[in-house]
Design a protein around this ligand. Structure first.
Ligand code: NA7
Length: 561
């Protein structure tokens, strides 16, 4: 069910696109379209890349698996789906787009973000250069060009191939025993049907990451019975949601250019006050508590990002932060059994070592009588059953089971594209022992293939738009530089990729991050190499390294003529 992406080709839209194309040839009944640049993905990265390349006069098209732009927001329509970056920071920095757009709330929901993508298209007219419902299944470099095959659309030949395929595209469904026996509705959170009525239903939510928290918080308010299956309780921060007025945003727009620029000079793509340079041990207990209270009152990721410098490097400092968090959270939960599951006295996971969730009234909602919590550490799932889920304590019957079990993040979408290097070796083989990229931007052996929102870049540890825009701008500059310098093809060297990987893992080892099983570490997918998949040294440092490499082509092999 959920693993497969539904492919509904809309023949009319495809025909419309093809009519306006110069089709160079037809092979095996498939049109072949020649381009300068092909982009995969129609989320923030794909949209921004298409805009940039088009403006520079490149012959460029984008392909997108969904039926419209939006990327992750096209797929994620589950109850409560909401972005964790506050407005206006989750926006493109393109003036003609932001000048005519206002957000309604500090943290917009999935519907509003899809409306935003409609707006982006209304302003920039990108859909006329995009093939929707089109999935890349094979891509190979033939010494001069990429040949990119799609499942139901044309084949493309392009000199430059840019992936903006997203970090959370490939859904993960754990192999629960007997899962196919279940006769009720089984959905992954990323394939939640638009018009599913949960009223009067018994609903299970498996998973307690940021998705599980948002779903339970939302469904608890409905006339339904919710059972939340929790293996590791989520660490959460207050959302502090509020409405935004048009007036305040119009005022702020005078500063947007600076705001977006400053975001790119910070470690996490948020122009928050910078993290404290102090150690947690440098201040008195009173001062520490006062500071924690202040940061907590801000909402969003401020509590984490502006905290003491040793938050994720010192186990004892980490425990002090957890202690504060547990007290803040438990004072909002009346039921002591539920409190022990979501905010246990004994720290279940190091604070800040896996993706935290933002919540508005989650802890009040789980206290409601229509919400049950199941601690999977104490009562694991044995198997699915035609009527529901059987744990070691017996059978729970459900009409709907929602799997909020996450994604084969960061690498899943790339590995599914059928990419191979110039010798025909598949990417899965190249990455068998671990991911190898140069700067998280290129893969050795894959000339002129560029990535954004990629593994081994700040990606999921950064607010999305700043890192995405930076990487796309870098790719645009690299291609422009190639043209000026008469370079036909460029690729990251294997030596540089090995060094990049080594430096990244060495930085990781100095923190508590490797001691937690997270999808950042690839640890959520059985059989996946356990390694840090994200560049953890900060967006600002990443930008310095990538800028420097571009100046000298450091770590790249250049092919001329
Ligand atoms: P996450 O963060 O990967 O969370 C998945 C959750 O599912 C997490 O609580 C897991 O528990 C749980 N899980 C996974 N496998 C199982 C099994 N077999 N049994 C029980 N529970 C399981 O995915 P999200 O969708 O919440 O978030 C993904 C990102 O999307 C998010 O960070 C945003 O960037 C957008 P575990 O923690 O592994 O014990």
């Amino acid at each position: 069910m959920a693993q497969a992406v539904a492919v509904t080709v809309q023949p009319e839209s495809l025909r419309h696109s093809l009519d306006t194309e110069k089709i160079n040839s037809v092979v095996n009944g498939k049109p072949i379209i020649s381009l300068d640049v092909l982009i995969v993905g129609g989320g923030y990265g794909g949209v921004y890349a298409l805009h940039r390349f088009r403006k520079l006069g490149f012959k460029v098209k984008a392909v997108e698996a969904g039926s419209f732009f939006g990327g992750t927001w096209h797929w994620n329509r589950y109850p409560g789906a909401r972005v964790d970056s506050e407005s206006p920071l989750y926006s493109l920095s393109i003036p003609e787009v932001y000048q005519s757009w206002t957000w309604s709330v500090r943290f917009p929901d999935h519907r509003e973000i899809r409306r935003y993508f409609r707006h982006v298209d209304d302003v920039l007219g990108l859909s006329r250069d995009t093939y929707f419902d089109t999935i890349v299944v094979k891509a190979r470099w033939d010494g001069d060009m990429w040949t990119v095959e799609t499942l139901a659309g044309p084949t493309f030949r392009c000199k430059y191939f840019v992936s903006a395929s997203g970090s959370s595209y490939k859904r993960y469904t754990p192999k629960f025993n007997n899962i196919t026996a279940y006769k009720g509705l089984l959905v992954h959170s990323a394939s939640f049907p638009d018009a599913l009525d949960v009223r009067g239903k018994r609903v299970a939510v498996v998973g307690n990451g940021s998705t599980g928290v948002q779903i339970v918080q939302d469904l608890a308010k409905e006339d339904c019975q919710v059972t939340s299956f929790i293996r590791t309780p989520a660490i959460t921060f207050p959302l502090k949601q509020r409405k935004l007025t048009i007036e305040e945003q119009e005022d702020q727009k005078n500063f947007y250019d600076h705001l977006f620029k400053v975001a790119k000079t910070t470690p996490a793509g948020f122009p928050y006050n910078l993290p404290l340079t102090q150690s947690i041990w440098d201040v008195s207990e009173e001062r520490r508590e006062a500071l924690f209270e202040y940061l907590w009152s801000r909402g969003g990721f401020v509590f984490h990002l502006s905290n003491f410098r040793d938050l994720v490097t010192d186990e004892k400092a980490n425990a002090l932060v957890y202690d504060f968090w547990r007290r803040k959270v438990r004072e909002r939960i009346k039921d002591p059994v539920k409190a022990d599951i979501v905010a246990p006295q004994k720290q279940a996971v190091f604070f800040g070592t896996k993706r935290s969730a933002l919540e508005q009234d989650y802890f009040e909602m789980i206290d409601r009588p229509n919400v049950q919590l199941v601690n999977l550490k104490e009562t694991p799932i044995l198997q699915f059953h035609e009527k529901g889920i059987e744990t070691t304590k017996g059978l729970h019957e459900f009409d709907i089971v929602i799997l909020a079990t996450g994604f084969d993040a960061l690498t899943g979408s790339l590995l599914d594209m059928g990419l191979s290097d110039r010798h025909g070796i598949p990417l899965s083989q190249i990455w068998k022992e671990g991911v190898l990229t140069h700067l998280g931007l290129m893969i050795p052996g894959l000339p002129n293939f560029f990535m954004s929102y990629s593994p081994q870049a700040p990606t999921s540890l950064s607010n999305g738009p700043p890192i995405i825009e930076y990487q796309i701008d870098w790719i645009v500059q690299a291609i422009t530089k190639m043209q000026v310098e008469g370079i036909n093809a460029v690729e990251g060297t294997m030596k540089a990729a090995r060094q990049w990987r080594e430096d990244l893992q060495a930085a990781n080892e100095k923190t508590l991050l490797p001691r937690t099983n997270s999808w950042w570490m690839g640890a959520n997918i059985p059989g996946k190499v356990r390694e840090q998949l994200i560049y953890i040294q900060g967006l600002d440092q990443y930008i310095r390294e990538c800028d420097e490499a571009l100046k000298t082509w450091g770590g790249f092999e250049l092919h001329k003529g």
